[in-house]
Structures are given as structure tokens and as C-alpha cells.
Design a protein around this ligand. Structure first.
Ligand code: SIN
Length: 374
């Protein structure tokens, strides 16, 4: 199938899905599988000379469908099912035997902590604990991809490559980036050199550490960057090239979430000039068990807000100060609110939620964040 024919096929499938936009869509009916493994994973091919990779689909633009092939905003994210995505890229079957699991089919702002925990539990069970599976791919909307990637980096720790991938253009767009991104992510998940580097993010021919990478532009393909830490490698002609040997991020805390069923609510509050303390009080009143401040500069807040923060911290309520600037560090402090170090607000929020879920108190939380601060 040539690229133009494939684009037409994807557009036709997208048009069909628009007629019945029920989510999540089950497109696995009427498919004959070549092999079903003991965990119930269905493979459309089983070539024993190839590695086995599992794709966990959650929705997003990579599974998105628009009414015009020039629309790159305002379309329906999470419209196409996992089998449609796999069928659109038959080249991946030259790289690996692939099984798809539809975990959700939503726009990524609707990825809940229940979905995050389900992803971690399933990857740990059907990928980590199964010696016959080389790695995992998670397809995801780009808007919150960095949060899920950070979560999986912290909670799946079996050394196998866990690759989180998205797309900036829906499947129906001219030059949709999803199919090649998906092929590259499967290639990476099947690659032994990608092991023991923590979870990885692949978009726009770049390999990034899930721990550090962020979405930096609302529209462009060149959006995922780690401004301080840089990329881990590049993919050229579908060959991965790593700039460095395998290494884990400095200060990373690993979690076993086998018995975790809930992540406590953590809110992010955005700082600005002359900010009042209302949002802090409201977050606490509405059930937040921790708060992350997207502070100005290196984590500053207005005098009014800082006073409210001090009073609340003194009661043992965890408040983490990060920065709204997009990069840089909030330096360590040994009392009062907790510094996020190099973690941006969304990543600090995920870490704080995990620490609270494991029952940690303020001093243990300070210690965990202190590993990423100087
Ligand atoms: C989303 O995050 O679900 C929509 C935007 C995207 O995937 O790029």
C-alpha cells in the first residue's frame, strides 16, 4: 500500500468512525488472530524470528479524525481504535509481532488517575512479567503526554523499553505524523539498546526521556523538548541512534503501585502578579490533599499568597513550589513549602500524587523532591 493509498484508507476509516462517534470504539470484531498468548494478547501475525511488542492505546490526536485534511485543530481526538492504527502501518509487522490493547479512547485531558493506574498495572503484568514481550508502546494525546510518560517512568521499572507516542496532526490530515511516529515507537520498543533508560517519548524523529520532556508548542510537530536535559537520541530512516549509553534520570523515585488503587487529588495553582490566596483556600476546601504552585521565576508568589502558604505548610499540608517559566530549577529549602527542583508543575503534581498514594508525610516528600533540587 503506497502512502497516498494509505492516507485515503485512513480517511475512509475516519469518515466511518465519524458516522458513529461512540468511544471507546471496538474495531477488533471480524479479525482473525494468528496467535493469542496466555495473557490474552492477540497478535495478527506470529513470526518467531521477530520480537513481540504490545501497544496500549488511549486516544488522542494520533487516533484523531477531522472533517477536512487541512484541519490540525478543532477535530475529534480518540476517534479511531487500536486495530485501525495498527492496520494503517503494516511496515511495523516487519519489525515486530504486535498486539493491541484499547485501554481508553479519549482526549488526553480526560486521562484519569484510574486510567494511569490501569496502564501501569497492565504494563507491569503483561509486558514486564512476560519474558516473551520485548517492550510496550502507549499511544496518547500530546496535551498531557508528559504527565502519563512521567507516571509510567516512575511506576514501570522492569528495564524494558516503554515508549509513549502521540501525533500533532490527526490521521486525516495531509502529512499526518502519527503513522511514522507509531512505526518509530514500535521499532524502539523492540530495540535492546532502548532498555534501562526509563520510559521514552518519541515524536518528530526524536527520542526523549519521559522524566524530562515537555510539550513546548501548541501546534508544531517540533514540540516535545527537554530544554535543560536535551534529547537521548534520534531516529533516522527508522534506525534509532542513542547519543549516550543507558542511564536513568538523576533523582528519580521509583514506585511499586501493585496495591495502589487511588491517587489522592493534587491541584496545580498558577502564580501571577498580585495573586490572592483564594485559589489555595478553595483547593483545600474542595478536597486537594496536596498542591503544586506554578510559581513566577524560581517559584515566587505574592506576599498574600506566600503568607497563606506558610500558614498551611505549618499544619503539615504538602505544598510544592515549581516554576511557570517552562524550564530551570526551584532551589531546595529545608522548611516550609517544598521545592520541586527541576520538575515542572505537571510532573511535580504526578510525583506528589504518587508520594501521597504511598502514604508519605511532608518530610519524606521533601526528601524525594530534594533529590531533584540543589
Ligand atoms: C489530546 O491531547 O488528546 C489532543 C491533542 C493531541 O493529541 O495532540
Amino acid at each position: 500500500m503506497g502512502p497516498y493509498t494509505r492516507a485515503l484508507a485512513v480517511a475512509a476509516l475516519a469518515a466511518l468512525s465519524q458516522a458513529s462517534p461512540i468511544l471507546p470504539r471496538d474495531d477488533s470484531t471480524n479479525i482473525t488472530y494468528a496467535f493469542t498468548n496466555p495473557n490474552g494478547l492477540n497478535f495478527t501475525q506470529m513470526n518467531t524470528t521477530l520480537p513481540n511488542v504490545t501497544i496500549f492505546a488511549t486516544g488522542g490526536t494520533i487516533a484523531g479524525s477531522a472533517s477536512s485534511n487541512t484541519a490540525t485543530t478543532g477535530y475529534q481526538a480518540g476517534a479511531l481504535g487500536i486495530q485501525t492504527l495498527i492496520d494503517a502501518v503494516p511496515e511495523m509487522l516487519d519489525i515486530a509481532n504486535v498486539a493491541g490493547i484499547q485501554v481508553a479512547n479519549v482526549g488526553s485531558p480526560d486521562i484519569s488517575s484510574t486510567i494511569l493506574l490501569e496502564l501501569a498495572h497492565r504494563i507491569n503484568t503483561v509486558v514486564c512479567e512476560d519474558d516473551t514481550i520485548s517492550g510496550a508502546v502507549v499511544t496518547h494525546g500530546t496535551d498531557t503526554l508528559e504527565e502519563t510518560a512521567f507516571f509510567l517512568d516512575a511506576t514501570v521499572n522492569c528495564k524494558k523499553p516503554i515508549v509513549i507516542v502521540g501525533a500533532m496532526r490527526p490521521a486525516t490530515a495531509i502529512s499526518a505524523d502519527g503513522p511514522y511516529n507509531l512505526l518509530q515507537s514500535v521499532t524502539l520498543a523492540a530495540n535492546q539498546d532502548a532498555r534501562d533508560r526509563g520510559a521514552l517519548v518519541v515524536l518528530n524523529d526524536r527520542i526523549a526521556s519521559a522524566y524530562y520532556v515537555s510539550k513546548t508548542n501548541a501546534n508544531s510537530l517540533d514540540t516535545f523538548k527537554a530544554l535543560e536535559a536535551g534529547y537521548l537520541g534520534a531516529i533516522v530512516s527508522n534506525e534509532a541512534y542513542f547519543y549516550y549509553p543507558a542511564v536513568q534520570p538523576t533523582g528519580k523515585t521509583a514506585f511499586d503501585v501493585t496495591n495502589v488503587t487511588e491517587i489522592p487529588r493534587v491541584d496545580i495553582l498558577y502564580s501571577y502578579l498580585d495573586m490572592s490566596n483564594d485559589t489555595l483556600l478553595s483547593a483545600v476546601e474542595n478536597g486537594a490533599e496536596g498542591v503544586v504552585i506554578a510559581g513566577t521565576g524560581a517559584g515566587s508568589t505574592s506576599g498574600t499568597f506566600s503568607s497563606a502558604m506558610s500558614e498551611l505548610s505549618d499544619t503539615g499540608f504538602p505544598i510544592v513550589r515549581s516554576t511557570r517559566t517552562g524550564s530551570g530549577e526551584v532551589p531546595y529549602s529545608d522548611s516550609g513549602s517544598i521545592s520541586s527542583g527541576f520538575l515542572n508543575p505537571p510532573k511535580a503534581r504526578i510525583l506528589l500524587g504518587l508520594l501521597l498514594a504511598k502514604g508519605n508525610g511532608v518530610e519524606e516528600i521533601r526528601e524525594a523532591f530534594g533529590k531533584v533540587a540543589v
